[in-house]
Design a protein around this ligand. Structure first.
Ligand code: PLP
Length: 364
């Protein structure tokens, strides 16, 4: 196929595909943003043009997620991984321990980092079944003295997603929403802190969004590096130093695109339909298999295996021939993974399902 003009379907877990309209707008504005005669990449982060971009981007995110007024929105660098450190440094205060829910590769990384700063209590874990499910609330053993409870609503690598928001009584709930933010409506007021790297559902890499309740700001440990202190970032409107201006601009374009799609409730309906299409195909026979418990299957990252793993290479080669790219599963779990973030159109999932049916008929 001639790929010079056609965009392929990119199932990458991140950095992930962006909406074509977003890229087209960025292209059209690349040399001259709104008559300024400059690219967004070239303008001062303290000038009126970028100030307006940041203001609008934050306003759009607040509208899309219905973020209450008593939450700050921070536009930071360092990825979600840097927040693995920032969370204990900002939230521990005088407390000695934090509760963590262990559901896969990303929560394991968050736990390992928190252990450098405090005692980590594993409040619940799905280790007993190779991280293939989301532990039910009744199984969580929360410590009322914990500084906070941390969990990963969507495990990007294993393809396990919580379809419910945990209840932690009065203990602050912290969520690494890197791969599920904006994919479904959530009640932000149930969370103390939400953080997400941008490169899954928001924009290019280089931007990390932190949504934090105001009363939790201002209590960082004394040795906290200045860049990780949410108070300093909040007081400086995310401009203590130079923020990631171009990724913020791209995030803003994505938020405008999402508003045009009808917002988060509308995109959720499409996300449900896309996930159902693919899981139905996987479940249609024994040729493909999804290792994740049915109720906890991720809408964003669909992990599946071929019954005969010796066909993996052939599956990937033929998929690529059809313009279906980046389907190889993470090295930690193997098999395949199709990431279906907001920007993936239904047509992309349909093309994948058609190919899978075809491949099975020819090989099965
Ligand atoms: C991708 C991802 C991360 C890592 O994000 P970085 O921005 O690369 O640090 C952390 N948690 C989850 C759930 C992810 O999907």
């Amino acid at each position: 196929m001639d790929r010079r003009h056609d965009r392929i379907f990119n199932f990458s877990p991140g950095p992930a595909m962006l909406a074509a309209e977003v890229l087209q707008t960025a292209r059209d504005e690349a040399l001259d943003w709104h008559g300024s005669g400059m690219s967004v990449m070239e303008i001062s982060h303290r000038g009126p043009e970028f100030t307006e971009i940041l203001r609008q981007t934050e306003a759009d995110l607040r509208a899309l997620m219905a973020i209450p007024h008593n939450y700050k929105v921070l536009f930071l660098q360092g990825g979600a991984t840097t927040q693995f450190t920032a969370v204990p440094l900002n939230l521990l205060r005088a407390r000695k321990s934090a509760d963590y829910v262990e559901t896969g590769e990303w929560s394991k990384k968050a736990i390992a980092e928190a252990q450098r700063y405090c005692q980590v209590n594993i409040a619940a874990s799905s280790r007993d079944a190779n991280f293939s499910y989301a532990p039910a609330q009744e199984k969580w053993r929360l410590d009322p003295q914990a500084a906070y409870v941390h969990y990963t609503p969507n495990e990007t690598i294993g393809g396990v997603e919580f379809n419910w928001t945990p209840d932690t009584n009065d203990v602050a709930l912290v969520a690494d929403m890197s791969s599920s933010i904006l994919s479904r409506p959530i009640d932000v007021s149930r969370f103390a802190v939400i953080y997400a790297g941008a490169q899954k559902n928001i924009g290019p890499s280089g931007l990390t969004i932190v949504i934090v309740r105001e009363d939790l700001i201002g209590h960082a440990a004394p040795q906290t590096p200045v860049m990780l202190d949410w108070r300093i970032q909040a007081e400086n409107d995310s401009m203590y130093n130079t923020p990631p201006t171009y990724p913020i601009y791209m995030a803003g374009l994505t938020f405008q695109w999402l508003k045009k799609q009808g917002g988060v409730a509308a995109i959720e309906k499409i996300n449900i339909a896309k996930a159902r299409l693919l899981y139905d195909q996987i479940d249609a026979s024994d040729f493909y298999r999804c290792p994740v418990a049915k109720s906890d299957r991720s809408r964003m990252n669909v992990a599946f295996t071929l019954q005969d793993s010796s066909l993996d290479g052939e599956f990937l080669r033929q998929a690529e021939e059809r313009g279906l790219l980046q389907l190889k599963g993470h090295r930690a779990v193997g098999g395949m993974r199709a990431s279906l973030y907001n920007a993936m159109p239904v047509a992309g999932v349909q093309a994948l399902v058609d190919f899978m049916r075809d491949f099975e008929r020819r090989q099965g």
